[in-house]
Structure formats: C-alpha cells, structure tokens
Design a binder for this molecule. Structure first.
Ligand code: PHE
Length: 351
C-alpha cells in the first residue's frame, strides 16, 4: 500500500510538470485531488487494511494529499506569474498614445444660479437654512396667513401626498415660505422670552400642479430670504435688495419696486431690475418695457411673526423670494423653461 502511495504521488507530480495553463490545471485538479482521484480511492480502501498497517498508511496518505495540494497551489501561482510575464513581453503597450479624454460633468445652470444667489446672500450675512420639501397645509398655507379657500390651496394647484390628516393634508411645498415658520420656531425655541434676530436664506425645490408650458414647470427652485429683528423697516428691505441686485446684476443695476399682494407679507411688493440685456432700451426679453421682474418681497405679516413665535409688537421683519431658473432664463435668453429638466446634454453643455 505504501508503495502504491509513492506511485500515486510520483505520477501526479509528473503530470503536473506539463500543466501550463488554467484549463490544464483544472483537469489535473479533478484527476489527482478530485473526488475520484487515486489518493481518494486509497482512503476508501482504508477499512480493508490490517490494524498494524493502518497508522503508517494513514500517515503517508495524508502526506501525499497535503503534498499534492501544495503542489497545486504552487503551480497556480506559477501560471499566473508566467501569464503576466508573457503579456508584458508580447502584448503591445504604446505609452506614446494620447489618452482618451475624460468627459467632465458640469453644474446644472439652475444650480449655478442658485449657488450664486446663496453666495451673494451669504456675503450679506444671510445664513442658509434648509427646510423640508414635503409640507403640511398648516405650514405651507395656514401659518402663512392664506385665507381658507385661497386658490393655491385647491387640489388642482398643489401636489397632495398620502399620509396627512383630513384637516391638515400633506403636500409638496408650493414655495419656500413655509421654511420661514420652521426657522422662526426653531430660533424662538432657543429662548422663547427673548427670541434672537434672524437673517437666513432658504433655498430649494418647490412644486406646483400646473400645466407645463414654456413659461411654467411643475417643479422649480426658489431662494427665500428672511430677516427678523427689532426696528427692521421697509427701508432695510429696499436697501438690502438694491444691494443684492447690484451684486447679482452689476454695479449699475437699477431697480424699481411695484406694489403687489402676498398673504404673508404686508405691505408687499415686486422688485424689477432694469433689463440687463438692453439696458432699459426695451427688447424682446423685457417685452419692450426695459424692466425685468425678479422677485416678490414684503414686510413679514404680524400673523406670520406670531405663528413663528415672534411677538409682532416687538419684532418686525422682511422676506423675499426669487426663482433661480427665471434669472438664468433672463440672463442666458433661454426661451423655454422645459429645457431645465429635459436632461438634454446639448442644452446643459452650454453652461
Ligand atoms: N412665496 C412667494 C411666491 O412663491 C414669494 C415671496 C416670498 C413673496 C417672500 C414675498 C415674500 O411667489
């Protein structure tokens, strides 16, 4: 039996000599260490051996098994090394070939404008405050002084989502203004008797259930600004927004304020900036008026301050809201808002 084991080992190792690739190695593995390999047969016949023979044969059989497995591992390594050497030797590697250009992604034009607005506002002391996109009717409308029955609250004008209560349904925020209430409440909670003053920007996506046209999309970004404190006046609002316009549209940007109505500000206004394409001459972008409407603004309504935890007898504030896509459209003369979410690289690559 010991003789047979020696033969098995010698035959297997000899066969391994001629194994030069992975395929042959697999075949060798099956033939010499696989389930029906000669060495495994020896194990099966073990029971037939006499008591005296068993220890020596068992020991030797184990040695052969271990030796064959070690030889297999070693050969596998050798094949790998040889293959690497061969590919370095024979395959062509032309280090002078020019590389393939890597295509870079870019920042979306809406995001570029959004970030520019936030950067300018940050320079002016407005800290970014992010608020949720799924809002409740309470925050999106009620606390913002929207009267019951206001058209924006109709099912046809907002995207309602499941999970709300009957008297306080959930919806995708239709503007960034509910963030005003969330921020005020958070700041006021720090010290309810003496809420700190606030100067924040509120960026983010808003949603409206609208017919998609070249001028209106169902989703768009807004950047809101909010300042709350003691002795804040409409002059502060105008001064801040004039400064913003000069930083955003150039040192000579002229602005004008027109009366407007929003439920959550009183008084309310819209700010126009002199058309930066025709410099007020009148062109197709400003529709011959020389002015471009840029944002809505106003003094925070007392009811809104109250809802935010700020006593309107002591505090005042101003707020404004603008659309980055609209500003990007004006700046780059983009005629159709649908390009923004159309995901057409030919459009996006231009910015
Ligand atoms: N929330 C308003 C809108 O979506 C914009 C606005 C913000 C107006 C803050 C006044 C003050 O149109």
């Amino acid at each position: 039996m010991l003789e047979r084991l020696n033969e098995i080992e010698a035959a297997a190792l000899e066969a391994l000599e001629s194994v030069k690739d992975d395929e042959a190695l697999q075949a060798w593995r099956v033939a010499h260490v696989g389930r029906s390999a000669p060495i495994k047969m020896v194990y099966k016949e073990f029971g037939k051996l006499s008591k005296e023979e068993r220890p020596a044969v068992g020991k030797r059989a184990n040695e052969v098994k271990v030796a064959l497995e070690a030889a297999l591992t070693e050969r596998a390594e050798a094949i790998k090394t040889a293959e690497l050497a061969r590919s370095l030797e024979e395959d062509h590697l032309d280090v002078t070939l020019p590389g393939r250009p890597v295509r870079h992604g870019g920042i979306h034009p809406a995001t570029q404008t959004l970030r520019r607005i936030l950067t300018i506002l940050a320079d002016m002391g407005f800290q970014v405050y992010t608020s949720r996109e799924v809002e409740s009717d309470e925050y999106n409308f009620q606390h913002l002084n929207f009267p019951v029955g206001h058209p924006a609250r109709e099912m046809q004008d907002s995207f309602y989502v499941e999970g709300g209560k009957e008297d306080n349904p959930l919806l995708m925020r239709t503007h960034t203004s509910p963030g005003q209430i969330r921020a005020m409440r958070e700041f006021a909670a720090e010290s309810p008797e003496n809420p700190p003053s606030i100067r924040i920007s509120l960026p983010g996506m808003c949603y409206r259930y609208e017919q998609i046209t070249s001028r209106s999309e169902i989703q768009f970004n807004q950047v809101e600004g909010l300042a709350v404190g003691e002795n804040i006046t409409f002059s502060d609002l105008k001064g801040t927004l004039n400064d913003f316009a000069r930083r955003m549209f150039g040192q000579h940007a002229r602005t004008r304020f027109r009366a407007q109505h929003f439920p959550f500000t009183e008084p309310s206004a819209e700010m126009d900036v002199e058309c930066f394409l025709c410099e007020g001459e009148g062109c197709s972008v400003c529709k011959k008026s020389g002015w471009l409407e840029i944002l809505g603004c106003g003094m925070v309504h007392p009811n809104v301050l109250q809802a935010g935890g700020y006593d309107p007898r002591r505090y005042t504030g101003f707020a404004f809201g603008m659309g980055p896509e609209r500003q990007a459209m004006l700046r780059h003369n983009i005629k159709d808002i649908r390009y923004f979410w159309g995901n057409d690289a030919r459009f996006l690559e231009q910015f």
